[in-house]
Design a protein around this ligand. Structure first.
Ligand SMILES: Cc1cc2nc3c(=O)[nH]c(=O)nc-3n(C[C@H](O)[C@H](O)[C@H](O)COP(=O)(O)OP(=O)(O)OC[C@H]3O[C@@H](n4cnc5c(N)ncnc54)[C@H](O)[C@@H]3O)c2cc1C
Length: 473
């Protein structure tokens, strides 16, 4: 009997496993693939995800393996400088391949004590009042108190639950692969730059020693059962660029679509959904992995609280209440970005107009905060603007804020030095006189770094501690 079984060891499942282990929850991750996938999706970690890594002590490991780049230029690939003074200590994009992120997160989860079983596909589930019975493809049955489907866009768990996945099917497909080229780099750069002035859907860029990553629109929408061939790439390159650049010796070839869908519910009883299992959208803006990892970060401590027995009645349902609107917003911004990539005259005119508007600092900043997820404000009710937002990493005495959040607990920052976390001290840490830079006399942070309360009154604080952390001891 496990506390939680997670279906899928992608970035979402691995992050969730690690978050649950911080609270000693017995976790089993079931992954249908026997080996980690080496397929490289073009991934960068955006600011908020980098902050999450910093909050759990993973920053150094992840920085070692990635390359820091400017945080801007992601909205519909409109190239604008990053505005001054973005509200983060980590105001950059970290270019890092998805397999590396998954490896690091899985390693972290295992170090914390999560079990990962590969070659195990979840095939069926049945839930009752006490738990969930999970059946694997080979007929083996396992039992847990909760199950989380982190099993990607074609989620078996979501289908077994019968949760609707409304949205739009793929209208266009794109081919992506890594291969060698037969012409000099200057020739490629000149041609690609010329085409990208009007068509941002094509790109060819170096991807490690001797290889190029090629992204080119596919001829049509396929049933995706068959992987694309090198000939498909050549044909499309010739159709769009007038040359196939002598591409040869592919390392891998893939195709992806622009289907946009959002699960109607994130929870049915003891079974929850997170990551691509709950939402899919085109990769423009590079948000999908980030969104899934942030779902896991939101869900982890709440599910752990439920299992440890201190969760207030409504806590687990705040997962959907908070994360569903965030996904809705990401889906919408990718819809908008896809329109802006169209080569039709109307969308091109809108693109030119938006490009001009982005010269206004506020517009540029707003879009960057959206894509990087630092602009998110959960609805915690009436209060100052900071309430419901995440707090940036700030210097606190002898340390920095995120360094105090590694254990995934709540934190009270008390400038008055007169308050106490009292009977919640097993779940919430306390820091007196943290820093003058704090926006408010005292701030209560949830384990995910979002501001749950601002004030200076003990009774009001106790009410909010109860709201988020249950009954005191
Ligand atoms: C071309 C491309 C480029 C992208 N670029 C970016 C980017 O730059 N930035 C970004 O943030 N996102 C990007 N994304 C999106 C990102 O790849 C996904 O959002 C991310 O992989 C979702 O993570 P996940 O863990 O939710 O799902 P997945 O990564 O799909 O992982 C699901 C896991 O579940 C396993 N599984 C499936 N079924 C079962 C089952 N029945 N039982 C057990 N295991 C199962 C799978 O094998 C898989 O390992 C891109 C996507 C594409 C296609």
């Amino acid at each position: 009997m496990f506390d939680v079984i997670i279906a899928g060891c992608g970035p979402t499942g691995a992050m969730l496993a690690a978050e649950l282990r911080l609270h000693d929850v017995r976790v089993l991750v079931l992954e249908k693939e026997t080996e980690p996938v080496s397929f490289v999706r073009i991934v960068g970690l955006h600011i908020r995800s980098i902050e999450l890594m910093a909050m759990r002590g993973l920053l150094e490991r992840i920085l070692e393996r990635g390359r820091q780049r400017p945080a801007g230029g992601f909205f519909a690939a409109i190239d604008k400088p990053v505005p001054e003074g973005l509200d983060s200590a980590h105001a950059y994009l970290l270019g890092i391949p998805q397999p590396v992120i998954v490896h690091l997160l899985e390693e972290h989860a295992i170090e914390l004590g999560a079990q990962v079983r590969r070659g195990c596909a979840v095939a069926d589930l049945e839930q009752d009042d006490d738990g969930v019975t999970v059946e694997l493809a080979d007929g083996e049955q396992l039992r847990s108190r909760y199950l989380v489907g982190c099993d990607g866009g074609r989620s078996t768990v979501r289908k077994l639950l019968g949760v609707g996945f409304p949205g739009e099917p793929s209208r266009t497909e794109t081919l992506m692969g890594e291969m060698e080229v037969g012409v000099p780099q200057e020739e490629i750069t000149a041609k690609v730059t010329e085409i990208r002035e009007t068509d941002k859907r094509l790109s060819l860029g170096p991807a490690g020693v001797g290889a190029y990553r090629v992204v080119v629109p596919a001829a049509g929408v396929s049933d995706r059962a068959e992987p694309p061939t090198l000939e498909d790439f050549k044909q499309q390159l010739r159709a769009i660029a007038g040359t196939d650049f002598g591409v040869h010796s592919p390392r891998w070839l893939s195709r992806f679509g622009d289907a946009t869908r959002l699960a109607e519910r994130y929870r049915v009883g003891r079974v929850l959904l997170a990551g691509d299992a709950a939402h899919i959208h085109p990769p423009i803006g590079g948000q999908g992995l980030n969104l899934g990892v942030q779902d896991a970060f939101n869900l982890g401590w709440k599910l752990a609280a439920q299992i440890r027995g201190w969760a207030p009645d409504t806590l687990l349902d705040t997962y959907q209440a908070e994360r569903h609107p965030v996904a809705e917003d990401v889906l919408d911004n990718t819809r908008a970005q896809m329109e802006l990539l169209s080569t039709e005259p109307g969308p091109q005119a809108v693109r030119r107009l938006l490009t001009e508007l982005m010269d206004f600092d506020e517009v540029n900043r707003y879009l960057i905060e959206k894509i990087t997820a630092i602009g998110i404000r959960y609805d915690f009710g009436e209060g100052p603007d900071l309430l419901g937002r995440r707090l940036r990493d700030i210097d606190v005495k002898q340390d920095h804020l995120y360094g105090l959040l590694h254990r995934g607990r709540g934190l009270l920052l008390d400038r008055t030095e007169g308050l106490t976390v009292g009977g919640w001290s097993d779940r919430v840490d306390y820091l007196a006189d943290p820093t003058a830079a704090l926006d408010g006399p005292c701030v209560l942070l949830r384990p995910d770094g979002h501001v749950a309360w601002i004030g200076d009154d003990q009774q009001d604080l106790d009410d909010h501690l109860s709201r988020w952390f249950g009954k005191p001891n």
